[in-house]
Design a protein around this ligand. Structure first.
Ligand code: ADP
Length: 344
């Protein structure tokens, strides 16, 4: 009755507007011997079965959902995966709009029944799970330095969860299952990727990020110094290098799009989107008196420039009062939330 290591014993999906995220567990049942039981868990000396294995994370582009289906088909789900006892069909927890959009496809191709879970419920459940169960999950990113934050379980709530996917959701979290989606913006990861693709003709998101690393936004953005003849607007506390108008410099020259380096356009765009989200997040936190802001979503991708810009925006607007924190499993909050729902 032991499952092979490559078989999936539990799978959960989060199929978003841009990416389909998978979280799956591959494991074996292991019978602990008496001495192992005594040294690991107090179980009165009886032998005990535990599940040992690994949680895996992967993603596919939603527009290539067939690749996701083929991947699951190759992996195969073990005989222990939850099933609908009425029809023996495998039941898979799924969230995101794609859980609705692709329900028929999963039924047709894999004979799965997608058990739909609410997207916001899952985001919050995933974030709460990570913040409580995973060591070294949350970190700050200041001046290029990553610093893990020790989460005090008794002092976790309330916090603001900002999920930067294709669009952005801002959720005030007050406890397990206690939350409200208090704000959001359509200027999100989809905007960066979509506009970036048009402006640079990049074929992949990674390529766009790579370009942005090498760019200089000052060629594209209008800075305070451009307006003030190279000096600061010190009365308002604005340094000469502060961005006065994202992309604003492009109107004052005869250059056309082709005359700009794609690296500079990508960098300016990344800065514009990240700055805006950082500022909105802070204003939302201020509105509800929240000090801690956790950022998730696949837009971040552990990118130093993105995290730095968001951190600086939160720090600047809050005058150091609020702090931006990031999550190691940033892109998988929804999928993890659906996964932990197997325990419900
Ligand atoms: P959604 O659930 O809306 O798909 P995600 O949290 O998966 O949201 O984030 C999607 C965003 O992540 C994209 O809009 C893009 O900015 C960014 N992203 C990161 N990696 C990729 C990738 N490999 N392909 C496409 N977008 C990516």
């Amino acid at each position: 009755d032991v499952q092979s290591d490559s078989q999936i014993s539990h799978l959960a999906l989060d199929i978003g507007g841009t990416l389909a995220k998978l979280v799956y567990f591959c494991g074996n049942k292991k019978l602990l011997k008496n001495d192992e039981v005594q040294s690991s868990v107090k179980a009165g000396g009886r032998s005990r079965t535990i599940i040992q294995g690994k949680l895996h994370f992967t993603k596919f582009e939603t527009s290539k959902i067939d690749e996701c289906v083929a991947f699951i088909n190759r992996k195969q789900l073990g005989s222990h995966h939850p099933k609908d006892l009425d029809n023996d069909r495998i039941v898979v927890k799924a969230t995101g709009g794609g859980a609705f959009k692709f329900a028929d496809l999963f039924k047709e191709k894999l004979d799965f029944c997608l058990d739909k879970e609410d997207e916001m419920d899952c985001l919050v459940a995933g974030a709460n799970f990570l913040l409580k169960a995973v060591n070294q999950e949350a970190f700050t990113y200041i001046g290029g330095q990553k610093e893990f934050v020790q989460i005090n379980q008794d002092d976790l709530y309330p916090y603001l969860l900002v999920n930067i996917g294709s669009g952005v959701s801002m959720i005030k979290v007050d406890g397990n299952g206690k939350f409200e989606r208090v704000s959001g913006t359509s200027l999100g990861g989809g905007t960066f990727w979509g506009l970036g693709k048009l402006l640079t003709k990049c074929n992949s998101f990674d390529e766009l990020l790579e370009l942005s690393h090498q760019g200089n936004n000052r060629v594209v953005d209008m800075l305070v110094g451009d307006i003030y003849g190279g000096t600061d607007y010190s009365k308002m506390g604005l340094s000469s290098t502060a961005i006065a108008s994202s992309f604003g410099k492009t109107i004052s020259t005869n250059k056309v799009l082709e005359n700009y380096r794609t690296e500079d356009l990508a960098r300016s765009l990344l800065r514009m989107i990240s700055n805006n989200i950082g500022q909105l997040a802070y204003l939302t936190a201020l509105r509800f008196g929240l000090k801690r802001i956790f950022f998730g979503g696949f837009f971040i991708r552990g990118q130093s420039y993105t995290m730095d810009t968001i951190s600086v925006a939160v720090h600047y607007w809050s005058k150091g009062d609020a702090q931006a924190m990031f999550l190691r499993h940033e892109g998988f909050l929804g999928a993890l939330g659906a996964f932990v729902n197997y325990n419900k």
